[in-house]
Design a protein around this ligand. Structure first.
Ligand code: FNR
Length: 358
């Protein structure tokens, strides 16, 4: 099927469900436990309605913005997800090339199927961040961080919501294992020895006092991914990080936590403009992006949508998924009277509970 026939992210998800192997589908799509949080991430967007403004000359729209000082063509970037080769050969390189051609940021996960250097080789000038799962071996961490910094990665994204791995029932039931043809840790034998995927991948003793150590080994800005409360958002600011990333890991860690769009406002309030705030979780269309920006996110990240694009047609599929989200955001802006990203604010939103009072 030509990529052009698929018109929304849901179409790509439907295609992926039909065509991926069962274990790949289970790995990509699963949430933790009862998957309440997984469902809520999308459902909560539907509870927020838009209040469009008219007669505002929207003949031209500017979707560009910056994240940590770097320009992106629109504020939808690629979240780190593991095992891209489960969906497509050279999956991480395809994602990188798609992100580069759309001029948005790609976050390379620790468990990518290509090395940090290979990404640089296919897209030398593209904006890249590196996501870190922290192991106990701090010497190894230091070398890895300094390696990506030297390669020109622009931020270190430390994932803080995986002290231990959540229980994804579909994967447990099937006895999930990584198929031998997938090269997870293409960082070399050292990485393979240090990380046993997916269990034991992280150090459960990681705590706030470790942040200073990361700051001492890198001058890359540090982004904490997995902040879900105002308390932790304030701690992040106090510890001098450059950004917080509201995330519940796509509903894959602690089940029953709120949707990310529901905690975004309290995090934005807590940081009070001192650092940038990003969010991910459940973004599937342009209006979702608009709602997150209206609630104070500087940019949003998507995890599963690019995986569905990858499963359909590799680089072309990922690019088309990003293009769909860009076009939908542009359309939503036009239809609600916004010419530029800064025009998107809270006055555009109404929660369905407020409607019920009428
Ligand atoms: C993830 N996520 C993730 N996060 C991270 O920091 N490191 C990782 O290696 C992974 N791996 C991963 C694999 C898969 C298959 C999924 C679905 C997710 C979480 C990811 O970065 C992001 O937080 C969520 O995917 C966002 O939710 P949506 O966009 O998938 O709804």
């Amino acid at each position: 099927m030509a990529a052009g026939k698929l018109v929304c992210v849901q179409d790509y998800e439907d295609y992926a469900r039909k065509h991926l192997s069962k274990s790949a589908w289970d790995y990509f799509s699963s949430g933790a436990d009862d998957e309440q949080t997984l469902r809520e991430n999308q459902a909560a967007f539907r509870r927020i309605r838009l209040k469009p403004r008219m007669l505002r000359d929207v003949s031209t729209r500017d979707l560009t913005t910056t994240i940590l000082g770097e320009k992106v063509d629109f504020p939808v970037c690629i979240a780190p997800t593991g095992l891209h080769e489960f969906a497509w050969q050279d999956g991480s390189l395809c994602m990188m090339k798609a992100a580069a051609s759309m001029n948005v940021c790609m976050t390379l996960p620790t468990f990518a199927t290509s090395t940090p250097k290979e990404l640089v080789d296919v897209a030398p000038s593209a904006l890249k961040w590196f996501q870190l799962y922290v192991t106990r071996e701090r010497d190894f961490m230091k070398r890895l961080i300094q390696h990506v910094e030297k390669l020109g990665y622009k931020a270190l994204v430390i994932t803080i919501d995986v002290p231990v791995v959540g229980n994804r029932r579909a994967m447990t039931r099937d006895g999930f294992h990584v198929p031998p043809h997938i090269k997870i840790s293409n960082f070399g034998d050292e990485l393979k020895r240090k990380y046993a995927f997916p269990a034991d991948a992280t150090d459960p003793s990681l705590s706030w006092k470790d942040i200073a150590w990361f700051q001492s080994v890198t001058s890359m800005p540090i982004v904490l991914k997995g902040v879900m409360t105002s308390e932790d958002a304030k701690m992040a600011v106090q510890h001098g990080v450059q950004a917080v990333w509201v995330s519940n890991h796509g509903g894959r860690q602690l089940d029953s936590v709120p949707a990310t769009i529901e905690v975004l406002p309290e995090v934005v309030r807590a940081v009070g403009g001192r650092v940038e705030v990003y969010m991910d979780g459940g973004i599937r269309q342009g209006t979702d992006v608009m709602k997150a920006l209206a609630l104070g996110a500087r940019a949003v990240f998507v995890g599963r949508p690019p995986l569905w694009g990858l499963a359909h047609s590799g680089e072309e599929g990922v690019r088309h998924v990003l293009q769909i989200l860009k076009d939908e955001l542009s359309l939503a802006m036009a239809l609600s009277g916004c010419k530029k990203i800064k025009d998107i604010n809270r006055s555009l939103l109404q929660h369905e509970n407020e409607l019920a009072k009428l």
